[in-house]
Ligand binder design. Sequence first.
Ligand SMILES: [Zn+2]
Length: 356
Amino acid sequence: MKLVRLGIFALIFALLFSISFKPAEAAEKSRTIYLYHKTPLYKSNSTASARIATLAPQTISVFSKYGDFYKVRTSKGRYWIHPSDFKDEYGRHRIYIATSLSLYTAQSSNSEKKAVIEPQYITVLAASKSWLKVESTKGTGWVNLAEKLKVAYLTIDDGPSKYTGQILDILKKKNAKATFFAIEPNIRAYKTNMIRVNREGHYIGLHSVSHNATKLYKGSSQNVAREMEITRKTLRSVVGVNHYLTRVPYGSKPYMTKSFRDWLVKYNFKMWDWTIDSNDWRYSTSQYTTIIRNVKSGVLAVEKQKEPIIILVHERPQTVKALPQIIDYLKARGYTLVTYNPSHHVVSNFWNDGRL
Ligand SMILES: [Zn+2]
């Protein structure tokens, strides 16, 4: 009995020992990171927040971490960084891949392609010219930083809705990612669907509260920014993400004259229109092949103009029917369907306003 008790004490002691010493060791390691390149310093943990300064390459003290962001001590105060190339608190060489890249089994584009990795932080294990051996969310393999992957953006407006689940099932099956532009009352009405969109790796943008052209564009030029701000806050409270990409209802032309756009800029928003309109809302479910045809001819036209492929569709039953073939067509033309990436913002609006 005594021996058993002694054993238990020894076990408790061993546990206490490991508990008290291991975190201390981790804290020791977590104090500094090394920045290999010039790094922007942000006001908050978002690349859309104000830039305070640019940090020179250096070893820097870290206070806390939030997602991919580090809060650091600088001469300007304590602010946030999202470093592109750095040695982390565990001594790993980490880089941020801002565009999607193919993950190969060996250092050759002729080797087997294991997966496509989305924009993310990867750990560099070895480097040889533009090729890196990396550890990613899709496993270990080789990427070529010089690769120009053909990407297409599928944007799905007016949800979430009762069709969101079917759309997500199709995207999952086809291994495609999309950007959903959500209307504020729908975020509240279809919370579960909105949370699932985020969980499955798609991006959620803001598409106003009223979706009403009179309310948005006929009054104060601040109205659009105000509605987007309400939508941003609702999305943040329902899903827990803080997103700034907007799409204004009915497109930015002719409504979004300079004073309207100035307000979006003041609120830190970005604004996307589209380059390919599927016109899906015009057709019935039985006419869904016309939607596919519209996208195909749009892709060919945009390829000639060398613009980004940003396709507009809506959460409608006819679109659910057309979606599998639209995705198959894009893949057959060599496109990877990726989400909007705030760290690698692509300007695409009808006014060519570079601020948005
Ligand atoms: Zn809309």
